[in-house]
Write a protein that binds this ligand. Structure first.
Ligand SMILES: [Zn+2]
Length: 144
């Protein structure tokens, strides 16, 4: 994992991170501790967005990463290029980036094996801490 600044990102990555921030503003959280947004760009340039929908039962929650991937699947897209996440956990770590949960890492792995290395961006809410990583680093031994 590598920490980078917003200005070091490629233009398309900057735009995608801003789309993730816009998506985060659509969060719905019954528990009030997390807000997260995601944006994903496919190889053909299409962009999808998703936000967290946190329900009373954690197992009923829709993570923003799942929502964005499901949007792409619904549109028939499978060739993912960049995934950007932005958000924070209000109670535990307000200034730290929120990483994908374990089940989302597996879901990302199911569709992201052919994405370029370093193609996942994780950011805190004000983009002062941005981390470049990829699914191989987040889930090195995925279930297949
Ligand atoms: Zn998740």
């Amino acid at each position: 994992m590598k920490t980078i600044t917003f200005n070091e990102l490629k233009k398309e990555e900057q735009e995608l991170l801003l789309k993730a921030k816009e998506a985060a503003s659509h969060y719905y959280n019954l528990k009030g501790t997390h807000y997260v947004g995601s944006a994903m760009q496919t190889q053909d340039g299409a962009i999808f967005q998703g936000s967290i929908v946190r329900r009373s039962a954690p197992s009923s929650t829709t993570c923003s990463e799942r929502m964005v991937i499901d949007h792409a699947i619904y549109a028939g897209k499978r060739d993912y290029k960049i995934l950007a996440l932005i958000g924070f956990n209000i109670d535990k770590s307000p200034n730290n980036p929120v990483f994908p949960c374990g089940p989302c890492r597996q879901i990302i792995s199911d569709y992201y094996d052919n994405a370029p290395s370093g193609s996942i961006l994780v950011s805190n809410h004000d983009m002062s801490e941005i981390i470049r990583t990829d699914i191989q680093e987040l889930l090195p031994v995925a279930y297949k």
